[in-house]
Write a protein that binds this ligand. Structure first.
Ligand code: UT7
Length: 335
């Protein structure tokens, strides 16, 4: 059986920086509240007319990852695209990437697992590599949140958190037994699907119904989040799934060289850091600059950590995510 390794990483974020003060001009919020509750100082938003979309940003990140993997588009056997904000309701973003990158008719698979989308995608890629079916897989996490947020005071508990961006990784076949993706661990609990969701347009809330009802409150085409409930579940599940991954590999928290948590909220990352008694230099956070970019947050953070020289050959890197679904997961990687 083969092993899979990350052979290239890249990310792209739109140039347009939106600070907390910028948001306070659109809704009743303030820099102090946002920083204290989330750690976020600013985020990136696509600007109308800048040419970006979820797929376009994904392509920009993917091209960097490919170049760093020293591969070309012709070497890629499969595209896996994770997002909750596809350009179109259907088809998904994977086929758009295949077209925009002018790739041959390779398969394109879309993953709908929100904040856990990248870890789920990595796990799928890992299985295809291990069985020998594919050699190189392009995994992309990309989100265009800004186009779909309620930027009024009504939506402030959600809108201040999310940002736009994309991250990509090339997953390649490796012959090494002790390096690469050691294991991945995935979970879901659909009983809490509505606690962090966007209900319409969907077949439950279809367009004619939305137009007819046009409710003033709880508009189903804006995301809804039961923040405190999500927070409480997140801290438990993050810890559980990191422990599960460590135990599966006979490792302990002291073996972790770098933890890359999904950037949900700085307070969640700090809580997890404390639980595992990790030094500051063993956890990477960049939510301060980008907000929560959902499926893109782990590949963006992983790329930045790697670019800054914080991930070295032989390091034990742990990825962990939790989000809407609820879904959660971890990946244990020997770099
Ligand atoms: O990535 C997927 C997973 N997502 C998460 O893990 C997010 C988890 N949840 C959270 O991060 C936090 O729950 C939030 C950051 C969303 C909210 O923080 P909180 O400490 O749970 O605040 P809260 O929702 O309990 O709201 C506290 C107060 C409320 O006012 P009252 O009722 O106490 O008067 C809110 O109306 O803060 C108010 N509030 C705001 N005030 C200023 C809510 N949003 C804002 C805002 N600016 N943007």
């Amino acid at each position: 059986m083969y092993t899979s390794k990350i052979s290239g990483l890249g990310y792209y974020v739109p140039e347009n920086i939106v600070t907390n003060d910028d948001l306070s001009k659109m809704m009743d919020t303030n820099d102090e509240w946002i920083q204290e509750r989330t750690g976020i100082k600013e985020r990136r938003h696509i600007k109308k007319g800048d040419g970006n979309s979820t797929s376009v940003m994904g392509v920009k990140a993917a091209k960097i990852a490919l170049e760093r993997a020293k591969l070309t588009k012709n070497d890629i056997d499969l595209i896996i695209f994770a997002t909750l904000s596809p350009d179109m309701y259907f088809p998904g973003g994977g086929v758009r990437v295949q077209d925009m990158m002018d790739m041959s008719t390779i398969p394109a698979l879309d993953v709908r697992n929100q904040c856990s989308g990248f870890v789920y995608s990595l796990s799928v890629a890992d299985q295809f590599i291990k069985t020998g079916m594919y050699k190189n897989i392009l995994v992309i996490g990309s989100e265009n949140h800004s186009g779909g947020l309620d930027m009024t005071t009504r939506g402030r508990a959600v809108s201040v958190i999310f940002g736009d961006g994309a991250g990509a990784a090339v997953i390649s076949r490796s012959e090494s037994k002790d390096r690469g993706i050691l294991s991945t661990h995935l979970h879901s609990e659909g009983a809490h699907a509505k606690e962090l969701s966007l209900e319409g347009p969907s077949t439950e809330h279809w367009v004619p119904e939305l137009i007819e009802e046009n409710p003033k409150e709880n508009i189903p085409y804006f995301p809804y989040m039961n923040g405190q409930f999500v927070f409480k579940n997140a801290v438990v599940r993050f810890s559980e799934v990191i422990n599960e991954g460590l135990q599966a590999n006979n490792l302990s928290a002291t073996d972790i060289d770098m933890l890359i948590p999904h950037q949900a909220n700085l307070r969640i990352s700090q809580f997890v850091q404390k639980q595992f008694k990790l030094q500051d230099d063993k956890v990477y956070n960049n939510i301060q600059k980008y907000g929560n970019t959902t499926a893109a947050s782990i590949p963006i953070a992983l790329t930045e950590a790697w670019e800054e020289g914080k991930i070295k050959e032989g390091d034990l890197v742990v990825l962990a995510a939790f989000g809407s679904g609820f879904t959660w997961g971890s990946a244990i990687i020997r770099w």
